[in-house]
Write a protein that binds this ligand. Structure first.
Ligand SMILES: [Zn+2]
Length: 174
């Protein structure tokens, strides 16, 4: 079974806005299966289609702890319809390796989306699920969690990346 390659910052696809899904077909179902597998293998609690190079509004989430049965949430064309409260949560992202930062988010969110049968459903999440929903929907709009931090912190992160890249290249040269 294929596990898809996860694009990493600063890949331009991660900055692009994804298009709505118009037709749920076999290709889409296969992509969702591959995305779920990629997320579990990473391991991560969420993965959005643009992270694997597909600019369409699809994401998968599973926030169940590893020792419990899986509970995969498939989100097609998700949109936030209501929110409540605010919180701060330390986030990371499979596309932004080795970096975590506290981000201000809504505490509870309700999302309307379609499932793989094309049925419209609503999902309300709090805690980690609320964070994952907001984080993945951000991806569909070309927004990364590091876009929510201060420009100073982002500059420091970019400097760290540059340094690591340079070290890797120097390592190769030896
Ligand atoms: Zn992410």
């Amino acid at each position: 079974m294929p596990v898809l390659e996860i694009l990493k910052f600063p890949d331009p696809k991660l900055k692009s806005k994804s298009l709505p899904v118009k037709k749920i077909d076999d290709n889409l179902c296969q992509l969702v299966r591959d995305m779920a597998e990629t997320m579990y293998a990473a391991p991560g609690v969420g993965l959005a289609a643009p992270q694997v190079g597909h600019l369409i509004r699809v994401a998968v989430i599973d926030v169940t702890p590893a020792n419990q049965p899986k509970n995969l949430l498939v989100l097609i064309n998700p949109e936030i319809v209501s929110t409540e409260g605010e919180c701060t949560w330390e986030e990371g992202c499979l596309s932004v390796p080795d970096y975590n930062e506290e981000i201000k988010r809504k505490e509870t969110v309700t999302v309307r989306c379609q499932d793989l049968e094309g049925k419209t459903k609503e999902v309300t999440g709090e805690g980690l699920l609320a964070i994952a929903l907001q984080h993945e929907i951000d991806h569909l709009n070309g927004v990364l969690f590091i876009d929510h931090i201060s420009s100073l912190k982002r500059a420091l992160y970019k400097r760290k990346l540059k340094k690591e890249k340079k070290e890797k290249q120097e390592g190769k040269g030896q």
